[in-house]
Design a protein around this ligand. Structure first.
Ligand SMILES: [Zn+2]
Length: 277
């Protein structure tokens, strides 16, 4: 169930929204990025890694959304990291005594029982401007931006030619803007796409948080596709993007109507701010 996508980089794809957990082999064990969603999947992943003699030595969450913050006891007690802003956002969430109920509101009811929340979000924020994940393995560069969620990190494993994009560059989900925490979600998104574009010169494999793994020909195509969607949103146009339609993989049962909601929200903002168009 672990699939190699580049030398020393393996993926486990969840049944939930094609969520991709990423395993990077280091010297004394592995770095585990966004471990997964279902408890049984994370437990099986832990068992597979143990069988391979590769304990988890470091964890990382790309951004402060529930499906990227989970953990399972069997994965062990390695330090888990995120960017400082990601960790601060999570801390804020967990400081609310009703956080489990709040998170449960986001989880599709049919899988809620399978999602273990006890170890959710127990991450340490890396100091702002940290350039690499501190661990004993291939260098993993942190590309922090503010698209989709506060303190979102894409990760570039340069010597393996792999870009872990978090919740961007998906072939199944449209760009989901962070409409709550930001003054200019459109510009934040476009700025993040520019950062990814600048970093992706030698990337052969792109791993999105959800969806299929992209090869070298997909990296720029996916950046262009996301940019075209965001431009269409900001022009209040109708995007010619199959990911936005109800026939898209998750359009019907997960995040229903999210494209329409983003459109409405941005229209309200334009009205409020008096910006033309
Ligand atoms: Zn996600």
């Amino acid at each position: 169930m672990l699939r190699q996508v580049a030398e020393g980089v393996l993926i486990h794809q969840s049944d939930f929204c094609q969520s991709n957990a990423v395993v990077v082999q280091g010297r004394g064990g592995v770095l585990l990025i966004d471990p997964g969603v279902h408890g049984y999947e994370m437990a099986a992943l832990a068992d597979d890694l143990r069988e391979l003699g590769q304990p988890v030595v470091t964890g990382f969450s790309t951004h402060p959304h529930w499906d990227h913050l989970l953990w399972h006891a069997r994965l062990g007690a390695a330090p888990r990291y995120g960017t400082a802003r990601c960790a601060a956002t999570v801390r804020n969430l967990l400081s609310d005594a009703r956080w489990k109920a709040r998170i449960a509101g986001w989880i599709p009811p049919d899988i809620a029982e399978q999602v273990p929340l006890d170890l959710l979000g127990l991450i340490t924020g890396l100091p702002a401007e940290t350039e690499q994940i501190p661990w004993d393995g291939p260098q993993v560069r942190i590309i922090e931006h503010q698209a989709h969620a506060p303190g979102h990190a894409a990760l570039l494993i340069e010597e393996r030619g792999v870009l872990v994009a978090g919740d961007m560059l998906s072939d199944v989900l449209i760009p989901l803007l962070d409409l709550n925490d930001t003054a200019d979600p459109i510009e934040d998104y476009l700025a993040a796409l520019r950062l990814l574009e600048g970093a992706s010169g030698d990337v052969d494999v792109v791993v999105a948080g959800h969806g299929s793994i992209g090869g070298a020909d997909q990296v720029h195509a996916r950046i262009d596709q996301d940019r075209a969607y965001v431009h269409a949103l900001c022009d209040a146009g109708v995007p010619g993007d199959r990911r936005a339609g109800p026939s898209a993989t998750f359009g019907k049962d997960w995040l229903p109507g999210v494209h329409e909601r983003q459109q409405q929200h941005l229209a309200q903002r334009r009205e409020r701010d008096g910006t033309p168009g």
